[in-house]
Design a protein around this ligand. Structure first.
Ligand code: HLD
Length: 538
């Protein structure tokens, strides 16, 4: 329609006003904690008036819980509303004033609990918002969330079949399927509290495999200095294994990586030979599939050849990159050879979007977990139970209680099917390619640091004053100084979150992560435009 110019201006202003208004409206909605009102008769009741304390209180219990659900539904709605903010940031001192955090001597009424819930979510960062690009785990998968709700309600421990029969069987099925996708037949796996602990399980199993006497005899059963190898880009938890398990971090050898952050196999072999010549015992190599900052993939096949040659355990830390195993298009060459690993860490709570937390560790050889970690606590793991006690998983791990992290993954997999996960991976990778393309197209405002292998996009934002200035180490330092200020502005505005960090010699740069199913191409456009809006004058 060819409107006169005054009409067009009016329409643009009207749109802008609409946008501002809807933002204000949604903020008001977020501020309106008082809107969650229980009925007069319920509001002043206390926890003793609901189940299980009061057997006749089902209607009151239901009203209370339904009000909690109302709050959760509003949070879900706001998370998915691009006009709502990602966060409402306050410094800790101010936040302490805004909240009532005291745990009192006398318990508060149900209405107060409702307001506590509403206020808690009001100030919580919306990690499922399409403009939250800050962490490896972004997004709010609603089927997985439904699973987590059920899990919370079932409130069971995963150590024995007798109290978690359905969940234990689900674990077996899902973990076996994951091992199949890795490329193994058989083997064993467990869900662990995070990728770092998963890596620790790999370390423990590797040492046990090579030195079974360690479990009973301890340090003295190993005559010589154990040494492990990992790239200088690996997750810090690998070094932590060396610290925790008695090697010392000096014996976690950092292997140099290439310009793209991938371990250099010839350097690995050189360092193995060097340590052997000192009489040390190289026994464990960690190969990272998807490094935390750059999203780099170490060359598994070449590392596997070296492990085979020097009889070392090969662990693949695919906590981050593991999800790409679903994708026929992106699995190779990144994860080619993963089936040659002895153990694999793979976190569904990252790329796959399963709710936090959901971390898996897989072993090619069956029986190692139990033989390494079993303590045979008689009050839990009796051998003369009613059922086949192989289904009691608790003695395979060094912790005792284990949270139910399987149901949310199982339910999500039921909904998506394996095909759905493949589509999700391809979509995330395509969006990252789109972002890379947009950054290159706006090379006056953005500087792409390297071609990404994954959904980590590393770049600098260039404010107006530095545009057209030749790219030198001095300019990089200047660009690095801008990162924390621009990030601060994002958080204060509440409209966007993107992470930044230094890496080795490189000063601060932005690391953008697309791992949420909520993100679209227009969100990527928004992200770049918003960074420019907030940062052009820096
Ligand atoms: O080590 C981790 C780093 C990050 C991150 O940089 O966003 C683990 C996770 O995230 C995670 O989501 O588990």
């Amino acid at each position: 329609m060819d409107w006169p110019i005054s009409m067009r201006i009016f329409s643009t202003i009207e749109n802008a006003v609409d946008q501002v208004l809807s933002r204000i409206n949604s903020d008001t909605r977020m501020n309106d904690i008082k809107k969650y009102q229980l009925s007069k008769s319920t509001a002043c009741l206390k926890y003793t008036d609901i189940l299980p304390h009061n057997e006749k209180s089902m209607p009151v219990t239901k009203e209370f819980l339904q009000k909690v659900i109302d709050i959760l539904m509003d949070f879900i709605n706001e998370t998915n509303d691009r006009n709502c903010k990602v966060l409402d940031f306050h410094h800790p001192d101010k936040m302490k004033q805004l909240l009532d955090l005291e745990v009192p001597d006398k318990g508060v009424a149900l209405q107060q609990l409702i307001e506590d819930c509403a206020k808690t979510l009001k100030y919580q960062v919306r990690t499922g918002h399409p403009h939250f690009f800050n962490q490896l785990s972004c997004g709010l998968d609603l089927v997985s969330m439904a699973g987590e709700w059920l899990t919370a309600t079932a409130n069971t421990n995963m150590f024995t079949y007798e109290i978690a029969p359905v969940f234990i069987l689900m674990e077996n099925v899902v973990l076996e399927k994951m091992r199949e996708i890795i490329g193994w037949n058989g083997g064993d796996s467990i869900l662990a509290p995070g990728g770092s602990i998963s890596n620790l399980y790999a370390f423990l199993a590797a040492r046990h495999r090579m030195f079974p006497g360690y479990k009973e005899k301890g340090l003295h059963s190993i005559k010589g200095q154990l040494v492990m190898f990992t790239s200088d880009q690996c997750h810090y938890s690998v070094r932590s294994c060396a610290a925790v398990c008695g090697l010392g971090t000096d014996n976690c050898v950092e292997v140099p990586s290439d310009k793209r952050g991938r371990l250099i196999p010839s350097e690995l072999e050189r360092l193995v030979i060097e340590r052997k010549s000192k009489g040390h015992i190289p026994f464990f190599v960690n190969c990272t599939s998807g490094t935390t900052v750059l999203g780099a993939f170490d060359p598994i096949e070449e590392i596997a050849n070296i492990c085979q040659k020097y009889k070392m355990w090969l662990h693949v830390d695919a906590a981050w990159g593991g999800g790409l195993l679903f994708s026929n298009k992106y699995r190779h060459p990144r994860l080619t050879g993963i089936e040659r690993a002895d153990s694999v860490t793979w976190n569904p709570h990252k790329l796959m979007g399963t709710l936090l937390q959901c971390s898996t560790i897989h072993f090619k050889e069956d029986g190692l977990l139990i033989s390494c970690n079993q303590m045979s606590a008689e009050y839990l793991f009796m051998q003369d139970k009613l059922y086949d006690v192989q289904y009691d998983t608790g003695d395979k791990v060094i912790q005792c209680g284990r949270h139910n992290d399987i149901f949310k993954l199982w339910l999500q997999w039921r909904a998506k099917g394996t095909e759905g996960f493949e589509k999700h991976m391809d979509h995330l990778m395509e969006l990252s390619e789109y972002m890379t393309k947009r950054i290159k197209a706006m090379s006056d405002k953005f500087y792409l640091i390297l071609e990404p292998e994954m959904v980590n996009v590393s770049f600098w934002y260039i404010p107006t004053r530095l545009r057209g200035v030749p790219h030198t180490p001095e300019k990089e330092k200047e660009l690095g100084k801008i990162c924390p200020i621009l990030k601060g502005r994002m958080m204060t505005a509440g409209t966007l979150m993107v992470g930044y960090q230094p890496l080795d010699e490189r000063p601060n740069f932005f690391r953008n992560i697309i791992s949420s199913a909520a993100v679209t191409e227009s969100d990527v456009d928004f992200l770049l435009a918003e960074m420019d809006r907030l940062g052009h004058d820096l």
